[in-house]
Design a protein around this ligand. Structure first.
Ligand code: SAM
Length: 264
């Protein structure tokens, strides 16, 4: 195996026990349409290929492509390799090309994990499940409940779209080279029936404004968007701080802001 490239966030899994645990969490089924982001040298890919009829991997580092091709040839599975930046891949297009919704998995490069998650959240019409190995702190934020320290913008946006589940912890020693942070595996499953939201952009604005001043009450941080009496009319205490609001309450605030904007 060649040198690991820091700029690509390359930390390759070598711990077979951890790889088994991740594989059983993914629980690949022969007819699944799995997309693996960042297969690297194929540590996880190797565990998926024997179980599947087809697998698509997205890897940016072209130096890794020949070895991945070779790996594909040794299994009875059709391996499609996309040598591209995952942030430029259109998941909706990919799903419609394959004609089915996707399961997206991967030990993500931590430097781009949040943009990758936001990108996936924007494509939940094309995705039915995501399982990612991430920085533990990010997994804590994705799965945090209202009132906890980790609950913030990422929690609300992820949980608006998905049911999120903390699966397991993975220590730095499972990787070569070991990252400086702890890692964890998370499952995100898009809701069958998401809450009724009038405008996605407005929810983003409300949530961003609310958490930009975490210690302030929502009266303060949202004052350019909504008044105290309007917040009260939604049966929300205007003295609450953003981390005390549920996802439903953020959606209610957002829908109200959307309606009052109409006709402006
Ligand atoms: N799955 C492998 C494993 O567990 O051993 C490698 C995981 S490593 C943390 C992340 C992988 O993502 C690397 O192979 C890296 O080259 C690739 N990568 C980094 N940035 C990427 C991007 N923007 N698009 C696609 N792949 C990327």
């Amino acid at each position: 195996m060649g040198r690991h490239k820091k700029r690509f966030g390359q930390h390759f899994l070598h711990d077979e026990f951890v790889l088994q645990q991740i594989t059983s969490a993914i629980n690949p089924q022969a007819n699944d349409t799995i997309i693996e982001i960042g297969p690297g040298a194929g540590a996880l890919t190797k565990h998926l290929l024997p179980e599947l009829k087809q697998l698509t991997v997205i890897e940016l580092d072209r130096d890794l492509i020949p070895a991945l091709k070779k790996l594909g040839e040794s299994f009875n599975c059709e391996l499609a390799i996309i040598n591209q930046d995952v942030l430029e891949v259109d998941f909706t297009q990919l799903a419609s090309d394959i004609n089915t919704s996707l399961r997206i998995i991967g030990n993500l490069p931590y430097n781009i994990s949040t943009p990758v998650i936001f990108k996936c959240l924007e494509s939940t019409d094309a995705i039915h499940e995501m399982i990612f190995l991430l920085q533990k702190e990010v997994v804590e934020r994705l799965t945090a409940s209202p009132g906890s320290k980790s609950y913030g913008r990422l929690s609300v946006m992820a949980q608006y779209h998905c049911h999120t589940e903390y699966l397991l912890d993975v220590g730095p020693e499972a990787f070569t080279p070991p990252p400086r942070v702890d890692s964890a595996l998370v499952k995100l499953k898009p809701h069958d029936k998401p809450l009724k939201l009038l405008e996605h952009k407005t929810l983003q604005t409300v949530v961003r404004n609310a958490f930009s001043q975490r210690r302030k009450t929502i009266t303060n941080s949202l004052k350019t968007l909504i008044s105290v009496s309007e917040i009260e009319a939604l049966k929300i205490n205007p003295k609450l701080r953003p981390e005390q609001l549920s996802v439903e309450q953020f959606v209610d605030l957002s829908n109200h802001v959307s309606t009052t904007k109409i006709g402006d």
